[in-house]
Design a protein around this ligand. Structure first.
Ligand code: ATP
Ligand code: MG
Length: 323
């Protein structure tokens, strides 16, 4: 299978990104042809400082390498290193009805909040379609929040195939790969954890910050002795991601019976987060100390990605007569 997914360099990566996406990236690099990219053109819709954007791009590449992406097995590239992406986006935009984009949530939300929206935010699902279709991707590992955008990608691909395919297939239709148990990781305030909501626990937060943030997780005033519902509690929802086996079963039972306080849970969670990312934290320090190696990974990946992209772009240009 061809696997493809991307992450925006719009801030530090958080544990929602890890469980919702990155862990699947790592699992799928074995036995598949995997392409993962840092979506810096997408981040331009929210980051407005050149130095900051460059820094975020470097950070995301390094984060992904530290979390287990192997540059020999997966192609880990930066979106703007593949100019074929924006070229394909134009071909796709000419067959995309306005109405499909008007109903996409990121644009709709901004307008509903009375905020001015740029054309880039409006057209962002088309660029995302180009990102995916350019690699003939079969599956796209993402969190639940990306499901709608992926449907738009499929719709655009079908439309292009119908208009220009002459009965054949110009683009392969990709499928989302969403794991139910981790599809929406809750943030400190109980909403979806998101870089833009300021409610994240970052993967590479230092241990002190992790402890501080865990203490801030929103809970109700149920006393220690009272039974609690693990299925609706965001604190337990986070804990569940890190614990397993007997330990998880035991805490869950005590949660339902009463006897576990939120304070204890916050300490348990912080301990688990710090332990889980200790290894990646060490590997990250290694990569950060060797930026030339990071640049090599990036350059080699760009070359591999462009080779594949070129084939699909040429096919699309020929299909619509723009060759
Ligand atoms: P932004 O707020 O800038 O959109 P984000 O935190 O939503 O940032 P993205 O770069 O948009 O992060 O998403 C990267 C990947 O992580 C996507 O596949 C997305 O579905 C997934 N993801 C993001 N947040 C969560 C979450 N809370 N739970 C599960 N998956 C998530
Ligand atoms: Mg997002």
């Amino acid at each position: 299978m061809r696997v493809l997914s991307g992450i925006q360099p719009s801030g530090a990566l958080h544990i929602g990104n890890y469980f919702g996406a990155i862990r699947q990236y790592v699992a799928l690099q074995d036995g598949n042809e995997a392409f993962y990219f840092v979506a810096n053109y997408h981040a331009l819709t929210s980051v407005r400082d050149a130095g900051q954007l460059r820094g975020y791009v470097f950070d995301v590449v390094v984060d992904l390498l530290s979390l287990g992406l192997d540059p020999d097995r997966a192609t880990l590239f930066v979106q703007s290193d593949v100019p074929e992406t924006t070229e394909l986006a134009w071909l796709l935009t000419t067959v995309t009805p306005m109405g499909w984009l008007e109903k996409c949530v990121s644009y709709k939300d901004k307008v509903q909040q009375g905020l001015p929206a740029e054309h880039g935010l409006f057209a962002y699902p088309v660029l995302q379609a180009a990102d995916i279709l350019l690699y003939d991707a079969d599956v796209v590992p993402v969190g639940q929040d990306q499901k709608q955008h992926l449907e738009v990608t499929r719709d655009i691909a079908e439309r292009f195939n119908n208009v220009y395919g002459g009965g054949g297939e110009v683009f392969r239709l990709p499928k989302p790969y969403i794991l139910d148990a981790v599809s929406v990781v809750p943030g400190l305030d109980g909403r979806k954890m998101s870089k833009s909501y300021n409610n994240t626990i970052e993967i590479f937060d230092d241990p002190e910050t992790v402890r501080k943030k865990c203490k801030k997780i929103k809970t109700d005033s149920t006393p220690v002795e009272a039974p609690k519902d693990p299925d609706t509690c965001p604190l337990f929802g986070l804990y569940r991601l890190f614990a397993a086996g007997d330990e998880l079963a035991d805490v869950e039972r005590r949660y339902r019976e009463g006897g576990v306080g939120y304070g204890e849970m916050k300490t348990r969670l912080a301990d688990a987060i710090i332990a889980r990312f200790a290894g990646p934290r060490e590997r990250r320090a290694e990569w950060v100390a060797h930026p030339a190696r990071v640049a090599e990974v990036r350059a080699a990946a760009a070359e591999r990605a462009r080779k594949t992209a070129r084939i699909v772009l040429d096919r699309a240009r020929a299909a619509c007569g723009a060759d």
